[in-house]
Unconditional design. Structure first.
Length: 635
């Protein structure tokens, strides 16, 4: 949460920073701000409540010159979202400025100490405490800015990605991280820093991923890019020979910067003609799932090869139990995996919310396999959950989308989903790719253990290969879904029902609707309805029932009848050619037939579209729903 971006070089920094903030806005959009040092050595800070566009409007008649600057888009933690609490923050003397992503947990103690020394605070933020501490250290210990940052960070408990400017040194930018991501872009006599590579990609494909407790000093004084070459691959282990970049730890141990080649294209960050990223990402799913399976699912040879599994077969074969840990949509994917792993591999599976798991003193054994699922790879609770499991000796396997993120880095092994950047805050293509990755894993374990028949394995592998085309068929009903979505904008509440593999789909459909349309929605296992939620059914209550023709289909049909008998309005997701449900439901969306374990990959698509269209008709901000951020890097 919170996005940070910085620039030092020869160009005017402001347009680069503003464009970068727009790219990072998915991380938070409560307020935005920018700090620039102009040619006269003035350190100007401009801030505005709300989105980056508000900042642009506010700064339009201000001095936005300067070839060094830092900028921030905020998701509020300490202090309400207003201009005072917006970043950047000045130090007491207004000589330094800071931007910060993360939480300084011991800020109250540090603040009290600084107040005793006569420091005053304008904002309620933990961040202002840090910049005051840096200035206090610099002044009282007579050290340079980098040393002051190092010494201050040694006192900090918590998570941070920070960047600091000093108006007396307009040729130097200092940045550091612990627990929050930070990437440095290396250009020709210019450098960029950002929370992720999206603000950097159009300027350079050379990046350095800063590690925890590292401090990077970027300087244009005496900078030379001679001798640098990273074409085609990582320069692992080589010095950059770039005098402009120095990396140390917070304890001042020198590190060798490792430049990597960025694998990200600009087109992946644009809407490509769609009105919203969410719709683009929903429509990308046939391709993204094909990408996720490429090189792994071999339909001709009816085989799946997952290197993260192959290299660690023994850990899976010896596992007495698999624990899956994740948050939000990723947790729903984990729940689907529980059905698949127990069915195919016959290993008991527990699915845990990371936030609960990490704090409830769980029993973790050395022969447990813990699977962490995370699109961003930075979710704080999931990261902490695997840290705990790793300390107890469990084997950590992660399913992640963002390459090089903290969760895969901490894991023993894993599988990337390869769906490209997911920018809409509501997760869509990441979810289906997680389900595919987990299904592939379940099949690999089941085959290796001999707990599933060869015939069943072949059926599922072949059916998996057909999923992208089948999703195309579902997407072709977009117009019809958009039309009937208009009928439901009156609703205050929705119920979603499903059973077996499609119970997590019901949860996911409800979450999608809640987060982007602000309509309250609950997902239930269909048979649980009788135990309470049925009391809510009335003419006013739309009920979405996920009822493909498999598993407990007949029982779900009975549930639909119970809803209709109480005048509920039913939107049903059924298998092509379904006769029974079509007769009783008010609206029916058909999905092609497939293996039961793969039905979620098809049934979830209409639910994504339904939530999207209802939100659009209601005039909601689909890509950036209120109060949310894409990547939840705080507890
Ligand atoms: O990046 P992660 O997959 O770890 O994120 C987990 C949740 O924060 C995320 O799935 C969230 O629930 C989405 N906004 C749902 O659409």
């Amino acid at each position: 949460m919170c996005g940070i971006v910085g620039y030092i070089g020869k160009r005017n920094a402001y347009p680069i920073l503003i464009k970068g903030l727009h790219r990072l806005e998915y991380r938070g959009y409560d307020s935005a701000g920018v700090a620039l040092i102009n040619a006269q050595g003035q350190l100007n800070i401009y801030k505005a409540k709300g989105k980056v566009a508000e900042l642009e409007a506010y700064a339009s008649d201000k001095d936005t010159t300067g070839t060094i600057g830092i900028a921030h888009t905020r998701w509020a933690t300490h202090g309400e979202p207003n201009t005072v609490n917006a970043h950047p923050h000045y130090s007491e003397s207004e000589r330094l400025a800071i931007i910060h992503n993360g939480i300084i947990e011991n800020y109250a103690v540090l603040k009290a100490g600084l107040q005793k020394e006569g420091y005053s605070f304008k904002s309620e933020t933990d961040t202002e405490v840090l910049i005051q501490l840096i200035e206090y250290t610099q002044v009282n210990k007579h050290v340079d800015l980098r040393t002051a940052v190092q010494l201050a960070l040694q006192q900090v408990i918590g998570a941070y990605a920070i960047a600091v400017l000093d108006k007396d040194h307009p040729d130097t930018l200092i940045a550091a991280r612990k627990g929050s991501p930070l990437v440095v872009g290396v250009g020709q006599e210019e450098y960029f820093i950002a929370s992720d590579a999206t603000p950097i990609v159009e300027y350079t494909d050379k990046v350095i991923y800063i590690e925890d407790e590292e401090v990077v000093k970027l300087s244009t004084k005496g900078q030379s890019t001679k001798g640098q070459s990273t074409k085609g691959q990582s320069t692992k282990g080589q010095s950059t020979k770039d005098e402009g970049i120095e990396i140390t730890t917070i304890n001042n141990v020198q590190k060798t910067p490792e430049i990597k080649r960025l694998e990200l294209s600009l087109s992946q960050l644009e809407k490509g003609g769609y009105p919203h990223f969410m719709l683009k990402e929903i429509f990308e799913q046939p391709r993204t799932l094909a990408d996720s399976m490429r090189g792994r699912v071999n339909v001709r040879q009816d085989n799946i090869a997952l290197s993260g599994f192959i290299d660690n077969k023994e850990r899976f074969m010896n596992a007495k139990r698999i624990i899956i840990t994740a948050c939000g949509t990723s947790w729903h994917a984990g729940l689907i995996a529980m059905y698949a792993i127990e069915e195919f591999a016959q290993i008991p599976v527990e699915v845990e919310y990371s936030s609960e798991f990490r704090y409830r003193k769980p029993v973790i054994n050395r022969d447990d396999v813990v699977i962490a699922i995370s699109q961003s790879g930075e979710t704080a609770d999931t990261l902490a959950a695997i840290q705990l499991a790793k300390e107890k000796g469990a084997f950590i396997f992660s399913i992640c989308n963002v390459i090089g993120a903290s969760i895969p880095r901490l894991s023993n092994s894993g599988c990337y989903t390869h769906v490209g950047p997911e920018i809409g805050v509501a997760s869509t293509k990441a979810f289906t790719a997680q389900v595919v990755a987990l299904t592939m894993l379940a099949l690999c374990i089941g085959k290796e253990k001999g707990t599933m028949s060869e015939e069943q394995y072949l059926h599922v592998v072949r059916a998996l290969g057909q999923i992208p085309d089948k999703i195309e068929c579902v997407l072709s009903q977009n117009k019809r879904i958009a039309d009937f979505a208009k009928t439901f904008t009156y609703a205050q509440n929705f119920i979603y029902l499903g059973r077996g593999y499609n119970y997590p789909v019901a949860l996911e459909g409800a979450l999608k609707l809640k987060e982007i349309s602000y309509i309250h929605a609950e997902g239930y296992p269909a048979a649980e309805m009788k135990h309470g939620p049925i009391a809510l059914i009335s003419q006013e209550m739309p009920v979405v029932v996920v009822a493909p023709r498999c598993g407990t289909y007949e029982k779900v049909v009975s549930n639909i009848q119970e809803i209709k008998a109480r005048n509920g309005r039913v939107i049903a997701i059924v298998t092509e050619g379904d006769k029974m449900v079509s007769k009783i439901a008010d609206y029916v969306i058909e999905v092609p037939e497939t293996e039961e374990c793969l039905t979620p990959l098809l049934t979830v698509i209409p639910l994504q579209l339904l939530a999207y269209h209802i939100a659009v008709v209601k005039g909601c901000d689909v890509d950036q729903p209120r109060n949310l951020a894409k990547s939840v890097t705080v507890e």
